[in-house]
Design a protein around this ligand. Structure first.
Ligand code: HEC
Length: 271
């Protein structure tokens, strides 16, 4: 019931935002006001977090197991601070993994769920129903709220992931010859109503990274970092970024390490 009510409010807000789209200031004011309103009632992402908590402990898949044996880098089942220290190298997989590719790995090895199938349905269509992946991500990420971002760069593969991520960030391509940095290397730049954070400036990079995943009011659902990058690839007119691919993990590593020292504040609430 609470959930229905919130989703109706959000749909109304989405409509209101769309109709005030001609005036940037009023849209931003609207969001600020809405944030204040929500501080009393909570971010709707909290509902997704609760779903994720249930899913984490639910025995699922052919192996009928919960994710309590899933090691996100802090020991099996430990979610506190885990997101603030990912992507990181995992010895069992011999790979650097972000949260989403690690969850796919755990679903596969612990629960026997097919990772390709899970990846295909990881991004919800944008309704009031989060995907299972989005719910699990919300649950894990919330356990790093207020925690300092400290993504490791010890292992050779962690350093290599960062370097590849950096190359992808500055690589130009697509019909407009854009790189990530074409849109994200100038302070104060915007596209239509949207602020484009300068991701090369430490403080702004921290603020941007620490606020994802986020509940997107305009889409009525929680969006993860994988979604964020996929959508920016689209804005860059590049080929579709494959979910949980090495390139996506590398880019996330680059952004996350640059945000080290910042404080996690996600799931946040976004336009
Ligand atoms: C054509 C311009 C464009 C390109 C190229 C682009 N982005 Fe973006 N990016 C945006 C816009 C616009 C937003 C804000 C979207 C919004 O507010 O809905 C954004 C938002 C982001 C955010 C979240 C910022 C925040 O504070 O919420 C991150 C992180 C990001 N982009 C990373 C990247 C990466 C990495 C690449 C390269 C793969 C990239 N972007 C390429 C336009 C672009």
């Amino acid at each position: 019931m609470k959930r229905k009510l919130i989703s109706v409010c959000l749909m109304m807000l989405g409509g209101a935002l769309a109709s005030t789209g001609v005036n940037a200031q009023s849209t931003e004011d609207g969001i600020a006001q809405y944030r204040e309103m929500l501080e009393m009632g909570g971010n709707p992402a909290e509902l997704t977090e609760m779903e994720g908590e249930d899913l984490w402990f639910e025995e699922r898949g052919p192996k009928n197991a919960s994710l309590e044996q899933c090691d996100l880098g802090q020991g099996p089942g430990e979610i506190e601070n885990a997101y603030a220290q990912m992507p990181r190298y995992f010895e069992d997989a011999d790979k650097v993994m972000d949260l989403e590719s690690r969850l796919l790995y755990c679903m596969d090895t612990i629960q026997g769920l097919d990772p390709e199938e899970q990846a295909d349905k990881a991004i919800s269509g944008g309704s009031d129903y989060a995907s299972e992946m989005e719910a699990l991500v919300a649950y894990v990420v919330a356990a790093s709220r207020g925690v300092e971002i400290a993504v490791p760069q010890e292992h050779d593969k962690e350093k290599a992931a960062y370097e590849r991520g950096e190359q992808i960030f500055f690589m130009r391509g697509g019909p407009y010859d854009f790189s990530c940095s074409s849109c994200h290397a100038v302070t104060g730049q915007r596209i239509r109503l949207q602020d484009l954070p300068n991701l090369n400036e430490a403080e702004l990079a921290q603020r941007a990274y620490s606020s994802w995943p986020a509940y997107r009011v305009s889409q009525g659902s929680l969006r993860t970092m994988q979604w964020r990058l996929k959508d920016c690839f689209r804005q860059q007119r590049m080929p579709v970024l494959k979910y949980a691919s090495q390139a996506s993990v590398d880019l996330t590593t680059f952004l996350a390490v640059n945000a080290n020292g910042g404080t996690m504040d996600a799931p946040a609430l976004k336009r």
